[in-house]
Design a protein around this ligand. Sequence first.
Ligand SMILES: *Cc1c(COP(=O)(O)O)cnc(C)c1O
Length: 477
Amino acid sequence: MNEDPSEFQELLRSIPPVNDWLNEPAVAACVQAIGRERTVKALREILDGLRQRIRVGERPDVARFVAAALAERFGKNGSRGLRRVINATGILLHTGLGRAPLSEDALDAIRQTAAGYCDLELDLTTGQRGRRIDAVRDTLVSLTGAEAATVVNNNAAATILALKAMAAGREVIVSRGQLVEIGGGFRMPEIMAVSGAILKEVGTTNRTRLSDFEAAIGPQTAAILRVHTSNYAIVGFTQEPAAADLARLAHARGLVFIDDIGSGALSADDLPATRHDPTVAESVAIGADVILFSGDKLLGGPQCGIIAGSKACVSRVEADPLMRAFRVDKLTLAALGATLRSWYEPSIRNRRIPFWRMIAESIDSLERRAGELAAHLAQNGWNVQVRSSEAFAGGGSLPDEKIESRAVVLSSPWPKGVASVSELARKLRQGDPAVVGRVHEDAFWIDLRTVAAGEQGLLIEAVASVVQDGHDQESAG
Ligand SMILES: *Cc1c(COP(=O)(O)O)cnc(C)c1O
């Protein structure tokens, strides 16, 4: 670069010394959050980096460079932790983005429970020791219609625990068409091995008959397991026995029928699906002895695994020593209880639980919000269109069910400071809050179904800052 050397020296000299930075709001916030010593150390490194950039001919805005570099290291208020993300993917239960957002009721319950003490394991009537699950047990029982229920850390833990308690050292029969792998290392054969139960596979990938199960039952058999094939569908020449027939067979031969239904809708009403996931109500109706499902999929609550079923089976599960290792904390119980209470009335659930609110939002409403967002972005110089798009429940729920949606689509010509769609996606991902959308046909898709109305302002700011900070963020990163 053909720069004037005196201008270059002057820019270097103009950088204030470390002590002068401590009153800058972004830096002062950092001192408040992580202490002076760590902030000063980070500042020295950042200012060294800044001088390097200037020496090689870059001309970043000094104050912005420092603020961006601090934010990059520590987040906006000094605490890096998990970063807030605006989910513009249209995937409602995105496992990478934390699955179900919680309802206001759940958040209030967490706050109230966490800020002080609570009756987690103390029965306030008798003064005796109580059980932590009791706070949600009655609600679970009345909503599912099962005789009994308990809660553990997630559905993977629920499955291990149920198999161990019901069948350790004995055989569990499963169809070869249901030996699933769910994202993040949940593979049924491995889960089975960990539990100590012995996997007995029957049938083939595409066809398994009731007679295959019948023929496999022997003196070592303890249970029949049905696993919902959450994240795939076997199509074409296929056959699986109905769950009701499996339950009947199990009971006729003195076995336990375990039903891993996965996503855990308590009932099917209002689900947009043609081929909906098995519901808890259906599983109870066919007489499953143990029903396993997640709390943070279609239920719309916190991460946890729910085990519902007969009193005898649930008691056996709760008596297992592993229950202690897989138990949930008070915050999960608070959030789960509040989420469940919204399920008594579908209209309340659809208003109050974010997943159901997102699923239920009308196309008119999405179209209107997309129009508003597009108008704002067009004013800021973006080439923008509103297009129809397809959202998905995600999290292995309703895998082949497209949910009609609307997206705001950004494409070239790009404003100054953005070179390509992949650069735009990267910058949005690295912002604070981060924005994660979909790159498709050389354009950036912002699906409105997963962007809450209250997040649109932040989203507009995030997109605007990609252009403003175009050069500085590059330098700071
Ligand atoms: C999602 C899922 C699991 C795993 O549940 P986590 O709560 O993520 O542990 C297990 N089985 C089925 C059928 C699932 O859909």
